[in-house]
Design a binder for this molecule. Sequence first.
Ligand SMILES: Cc1cc2nc3c(=O)[nH]c(=O)nc-3n(C[C@H](O)[C@H](O)[C@H](O)COP(=O)(O)OP(=O)(O)OC[C@H]3O[C@@H](n4cnc5c(N)ncnc54)[C@H](O)[C@@H]3O)c2cc1C
Length: 400
Amino acid sequence: MSGIVIVGAGQAAASMAAKLRSEGYTGAVTVIGDEPCPPYQRPPLSKAYLLGEMPLERLTLRADEFWTDQKITMRTATNVQAIDPAARAVTFGGETLGYDQLALCTGAPARRLPAAMGGDLPGVFTVRELADTDAMAPHFQPGKRLVVIGGGYIGLEAAAVARKLGLSVTVVEAAPRILGRVACAQTADTIRALHIANGVILHEGTGVEMLLGQDHVTGVELSTGEVLPADLVITGIGVTPATALAQAAGLAVGNGIVTDSLGRTSDPQIWAAGDCAEIALDGGRARLESVGNAIDMGELVAQNMLGANIAYTPKPWFWSDQFGSKLQIAGWNAGATQIITRAGDGQSFWYFRDGRLIAVDALDDPRAYMVGKRLIEAASSVTPEDIADPKVDLKSLMRR
Ligand SMILES: Cc1cc2nc3c(=O)[nH]c(=O)nc-3n(C[C@H](O)[C@H](O)[C@H](O)COP(=O)(O)OP(=O)(O)OC[C@H]3O[C@@H](n4cnc5c(N)ncnc54)[C@H](O)[C@@H]3O)c2cc1C
């Protein structure tokens, strides 16, 4: 009884395991995750759950009975230490478990500041796991001083929650502007204005020298020499794909576990999906860190394990909630040569590359998001002039 073993019990693993059953696979399915709980959704960890507006039960992706009913063995609090590709087995604790096919859905843990910079001081948090949010939430009390290091989506979401709960909040971003890696200047300007209007202090183009404190963090020393007093610090400085297991097993690893168009790694019996997987995207290689990708790729790998032979066509989409505003993103904006701003129900920013629509950021504008997503997926010939013209009805563009 070898069957299929999935390492990591997050979003991609949950989708993959469920899909194996819905596609009719009757062999053994074992999901092994190192967190103490069955798969849950991470996005609320920096949004509604951190704010205290979402109960724990709603984070869980499936009730425990689902896994039991589907005869999927869910092993939690179990770290897989090694893969032996020749023996087709994984080891954890003192146990060895054989597999016919193996999937790596190990995700991408949050980067931390090194201990030499004070990164391990009490009061310094990252936002990746439920345990992280549970540990920091009690510190979110009115009047406390929070410094967020990193102006990406997760840091900015945590900053917004903290302001809502009455903390004084400063965001420090080393790059010239917030959201530099993921969004255009227009989107960043809109989000910056939202934060400033809600009382967040922003330092852009400013590095961090050191986190200060003895038994607990007390401040952040900036590259300018200024010291920001802090009762707590959140580092939102990106993630590193969990590739160590794959690398030690001799699998090809680049900016993630290298997969082919089917989701297969360099070992034909081993697959990868979700945040840890490097995929072909838009003529290059990339990793997508999003729920949509974890679900789609997880399900696709399940089908391909059963012989479907379907190539993965990523359809990137993402969202972010800050101060009651919703930013929805469709497409992949790398290499954009032109950005068009359009006012609608809210505001939207349309990315074109050499005249072709490649992505849209829609702020409080679900219609722009929906139309943009469809146009991108249909490889529509919509032009920058169409989008720039306020007289052109967006929905009419989908009928062309
Ligand atoms: C705070 C936060 C907010 C987010 N907001 C959004 C959002 O608004 N929209 C969006 O689309 N995406 C968002 N994301 C990203 C999204 O949650 C991830 O892209 C998604 O969870 C990836 O799924 P995954 O299965 O690849 O990895 P994960 O869900 O991270 O699961 C991987 C699991 O594998 C475990 N693991 C790793 N190595 C081992 C091992 N050796 N043995 C056993 N277990 C192991 C890890 O501990 C982890 O539990 C957010 C993420 C975070 C952290």
